[in-house]
Design a protein around this ligand. Structure first.
Ligand SMILES: [Zn+2]
Length: 54
């Protein structure tokens, strides 16, 4: 069995207010479903963003 060290996946951070995909991030699998407060370029405010697998 191949041993994976640091399984990192690509996620999109999607604004929960308008649905805009503002960021693409690489992070570990265990952060799936994470909610992050980020700046939204569309509404020009900080909103909650959900990490979704790209
Ligand atoms: Zn937004």
């Amino acid at each position: 069995m191949a041993k994976k060290k640091n399984p990192v996946e690509v996620y999109q951070l999607i604004c929960e207010d308008c649905g805009e995909r503002n960021y693409v991030v690489r992070m570990k699998k265990e952060h799936k479903g994470l909610h992050i407060r980020k700046y939204c370029s569309k509404t020009r405010t900080h909103t909650m963003h959900k990490a979704k697998k790209a």
